[in-house]
Ligand binder design. Sequence first.
Ligand code: GTP
Length: 449
Amino acid sequence: MASMSISMDISTTFIGLAKLSTVRTAAFPLLQSAKLRQFHTQRFGLRLSVPNRKRFSRRLSVEATATTTPEQSESDVLSRIPPDDRIPATIITGFLGSGKTTLLNHILTANHGKRIAVIENEYGEVDIDGSLVAAKSAGAEDIVMLNNGCLCCTVRGDLVRMISELVNKKKGRFDHIVIETTGLANPAPIIQTFYAEDEVFNDVKLDGVVTLVDAKHAGFHLDQVKPKGVVNEAVEQIAYADRIIVNKIDLVEEPQVSNLVQRIKSINRIAHLKQAEFGQVDLDYVLGIGGFDLERIESAVSAEDSEEDHDGHDHDHEHCHDHDRHQDHHHEHEHKHEHDHHQHSHDHTHDPGVSSVSIVCEGSLDLEKANIWLGTLLLERSDEIYRMKGLLSVQGMNERFVFQGVHDIFQGSPDRLWGPNEPRVNKIVFIGKNLDAQELEKGFKACLL
Ligand SMILES: Nc1nc2c(ncn2[C@@H]2O[C@H](COP(=O)(O)OP(=O)(O)OP(=O)(O)O)[C@@H](O)[C@H]2O)c(=O)[nH]1
C-alpha cells in the first residue's frame, strides 16, 4: 500500500487512488493537531443501566440454582441446569472509521469453520458497508442491513425483530451472529437488548463486545467536550468493551499508541486490549469470548457512577439524529432504566452537530475535478469530516471504485466490475459536524462529466 502526502500535490492524489489498486493517503500533517490539543479531557462518567432487573436476573438464576443447593450432588445440580445452547452474538463497535467493517471482513474470510450471520447497521440510508461486506463475505450465512436508523436508538425494535427472524427462520444454519453497530452508536441500549427482550434472551446470548479504537483519531473524539447530557459515544464504546482493538497503529508512532492505551485503560481497565493493523487479530480474541458480563462492568464503573447524584430520579435518554438524505440527524429517543438500588435520570443526546449527507447520482466522475474538489474540501474541513465512504463510477474505469475516508486519511481501490446492465450510480456519504448538504452535493455533482 502506497502512501503519499496531500501537500505534495493535491491534484494527483485522487487520480492516484484510482490508478493504484489500494492507496492510502496520509495527509495534512499540519492540519491535524493544534486544534486537537485544545480540547479538554472529559471526565468519564459511565451510566450503566440495567433496564429491567427482574428480567436481567433470569440470567443469574441459573447460576443461583447451582450455588444455592449445596446438598445436592454436583451431577444432580448439573442435570438441573439446562445447557446454554443459545446462539452467541458478538457486537462490534467503535467510532466512525475505526475499522469495524475491516475486522468483520477479517472474521468472515478467516478459516474458523463457523457459519456467521451478520447484522450490519449503517448510519445513513445508503448501503455502502453492506456492499463492502457482501463483496468479501464468502463465509457469511446471511447479511441483514439495518439502514434506517441508529441501532442504539430508533431501530432497536428492528434489531429484536431481526434476531427473532434469523432464529426462527434460519436456526441451525448459522452458529454465531455478528452485529456491526454504526460508529455513532452508544452500545449500552444495544447490550441491554440481549437481556431485556424476551425474544432475544431466550435464543441468543451476548458473547462479547469488541470495540475498535482508531489509534490516530481516537484521542480527538475522546477529548471532545459534549454539551450537557450528550453522550460521548467514543468513550462509551470503550467503556462497554470486553475486547479492545487499538487499530491502525501503522498510522502513528509508538508513544502515541502508548498514550492512547493509558487513556483507554483509564476508561476501561478490565477489557483485554490488543494493538492491530487492519483488524488482524486472532479470531479467538473476538469470537467465543464467553459472555458479556454486565455486572463486571457495573462494578468496575460503580466508583465513578457513585459520584453522581442518583437520588430517585428518572433516567431518560434522548438522542437526536434523523437520517433523511441531505439533512441533519434528529431523532428522539426516550427510555427509562432502572438501576439495581436506585433510579436516576440523564438526558442522552447524540451530538446534535453531527449529521450525515448522502449523495446518490448517476454519471461518471472526472477524476481531475474530483481530486481538486476533495483535496480542497479536506484541507479546509478534515477535522469536521469524520467519515466519507463512496462507491464511485469513474470515467474510463470498468470497476466500481470504492472510496473511504476518515478525517484526513483516505483510501480507495477498484472493486468488482460494473454489471452489464447495472446503472453506474455514484453513492457517497459524509458523516461529520456542521456539514452543509447543499454545498457538498453541489461540489460533488460539479465533478461529474
Ligand atoms: N492504515 C490503516 N487503515 C485501516 C486500518 N484498518 C482499517 N483501515 C481503513 O480505514 C477505513 C475505515 O475502515 P472501516 O473498516 O470501514 O471502518 P468502520 O469502523 O467500519 O467505519 P464506519 O462504518 O464508517 O464506522 C478503510 O479505508 C480501511 O481500509 C489500519 O489498521 N490501518
